[in-house]
Structures are given as C-alpha cells and as structure tokens.
Design a protein around this ligand. Structure first.
Ligand code: SF4
Length: 231
C-alpha cells in the first residue's frame, strides 16, 4: 500500500510560495515539491481566501499584517527587527481597540504574570489574571494516584485547571486572552475552552527558561539525544 503524502513545508527545497522576485513578476509553482500543500490540497486556498473576505476577518488580518511589518525597520544597512513580543502585544492590542486583556498564567510564572500585568496596566489596559491552580482542586479528582503526583504522596497537590481559567477569562469579558507559560496539554485545554481571541506571550519550558527553541539550537550538539542525528 502506498503511503499517503502529507504536506511537509518544513522539508521544502524550493519554498516557491515565498519567492525572491518583484511584485509584478509572475510566480511559478512548477518547482514546488510533490508534498507541497498547494499541490496536495489546492482547494483549500480559495476557501481560506473567502474567509479573509469576511469584513471582520479581513480587518483583523490587515491589522496583524501591519503589526508584523512594524516589527522591522529598514535602515541604510538593511532590515532590522525592533520590537520584542511584549511591545508587539501592546501595539497590536491598541490597533484592535482592545481595552481589557486576560492573562491565563502558570503558577510557576507568578512573578512574570505580575510583571506583565504591571506593564500592561501602565500602558493603559485593564488586566484580568487567572493562574492555573485556581479552584484549588486536588489532582486525585481527575484520577491521578499519589505516586503520579509531583508532591509527596501524602501532600496536597492542586491540579492545573485550564478549563476553569478559560471559563473565568470568558466570563470576565476580556477583549483578548493572553497565555503565559501554560504546560503542554493544559494549554490545549485552555485553547479548546477559551471563547475570546487568544494569543500566546510565552510557553512553558522548565529547563530552558521558557524558550523551548533552545533545545533545537542545541540539538546538533549537547541535545543530540532529542533525535537529530545529523553529523
Ligand atoms: S507551500 Fe509548497 S513551496 Fe511553500 S514551503 Fe510549503 S511545500 Fe514549499
């Protein structure tokens, strides 16, 4: 049985979707690889474009694209980046007219949540924050036995409660939810239950200071055990 081909942009040798040509030149997809989504699923693109034709989606996409461009500056010696993500968040929220932001944060990033709240408040936003342990429900409630807890078997351990975090953020009627350091899986549940527009300011990485890409940058040296066998 032949294996069904899947879109695999990450292994593309040509990247013809983002060519180095002038805006008035014709773009050719001839050199796109056979696993290119433009070849495997051509029907998707008209469907996606018709979504951008919805006025509210178009406006959101337009503002996001303007924000993206404003993160760079063109100097005589070339293009440079200029905005850290926190500033990008502030600028994009202003562009969208957002007044009230809701931070869903990990208990392990309590300090960072406080700093972010202060920065956002000082920039004129109302800020709602909810940490993952809200509800104070013990892990046993979701079927975790004492030997699978982080705490000692006899100690209380509150479970992360991303569903409650999302419900609180929804009820608080924020304009934008901001995820700060939720664990893998807990973030998935938060996204599933969150009904308001959502962005991520940081993801959890307990080893690399919440910068999971550090493991990739070391995957050809100290972190070869991750599975990068390139010599
Ligand atoms: S969309 Fe096609 S051309 Fe672009 S990176 Fe993916 S596979 Fe390559």
């Amino acid at each position: 049985m032949t294996k069904k081909m899947s879109p695999t942009c990450a292994k593309c040798p040509t990247v013809v979707c983002s060519p180095s040509i002038k805006a008035n030149e014709e773009l050719s997809l001839d050199k796109a690889p056979s696993f290119c989504p433009m070849k495997l699923m051509p029907e998707v693109f008209n469907e996606a474009l018709s979504e951008y034709d919805k006025p509210e989606v178009r406006e959101f996409a337009r503002l996001a694209s303007i924000q993206e461009a404003e993160c760079y500056e063109r100097l005589p010696d070339g293009l440079r980046t200029k905005l850290p993500r926190i500033e990008e968040l502030i600028q994009f929220s202003r562009k969208c007219g957002y007044k009230r932001l809701g931070i869903a944060h990990c208990a392990g990033l309590f300090k960072e949540a406080g700093l972010l709240t202060e920065i956002l408040e000082n920039n004129g936003f109302e800020v709602v924050t909810v940490q993952c342990k809200t509800g104070a429900v013990q892990k046993e409630r979701i079927g975790i036995p004492s030997d699978q807890k982080i705490a000692l078997p006899d100690d209380w351990e509150t479970m992360c409660n991303p569903i409650a975090q999302a419900m609180i953020i929804n009820k608080a009627k924020v304009d934008l939810a901001v995820m700060l350091g939720l664990c893998i899986g807990h973030d998935t549940l938060f996204i599933k239950y969150c009904d308001v527009p959502l962005t991520v300011i940081a993801v959890k990485d307990r080893v690399f200071g919440h910068n999971p890409l550090a493991a990739l940058y070391l995957s050809e040296s100290y972190y070869r055990r991750l599975g990068n066998n390139i010599d």
